[in-house]
Write a protein that binds this ligand. Structure first.
Ligand SMILES: [Zn+2]
Length: 134
């Protein structure tokens, strides 16, 4: 039975969170290169997280479910999409684009890489800035 890559991680804490979640759902999964990533500071996406091919669709679904965050206003009400008015907005995390140029810029980006939140509507697929909605 073949292993396939579910996703990569930059740090092992997140990888283990997903592992315990998947295992609680009865899905076998394996973390590769965990030690390399812990020892090397420049190891973005170095940890491979693999599952059996047959489990991939379910594992993927659970992973997406774990990452799913719904934007709410300050009263705790779910915010609807300003475009299509569906309550299908989700917050996703995305690596910020490389803002530094050149070779040294690449190195700087490794150390300055951080995730930004983007709100996406699953209905109309439009993207919004979280600060525009709250
Ligand atoms: Zn929409």
């Amino acid at each position: 039975m073949a292993f396939i890559l579910l996703r990569t991680f930059d740090n092992s804490i997140e990888a283990h969170l997903l592992k315990s979640k998947l295992e609680s759902e009865g899905i076998e999964c394996y973390i590769f290169h965990e030690n390399t990533a812990t020892l090397t500071p420049i190891a973005i996406g170095a940890i491979s997280f693999k599952v059996y091919q047959k489990d991939f669709p379910k594992a993927y679904e659970i992973m997406m479910e774990m990452q799913r965050l719904v934007p709410k206003d300050k009263n705790g009400n779910i915010i609807c999409c300003p475009e299509c008015h569906a309550s299908k907005l989700i917050i996703i995390k995305r690596k910020q684009k490389n803002q530094f140029k050149g070779f040294f810029g690449k190195i700087r980006s490794f150390f300055n890489s951080h995730e930004i939140s983007v709100v996406v509507c699953e209905g109309c697929k439009k993207e919004f800035d979280p600060s525009d909605l709250s």
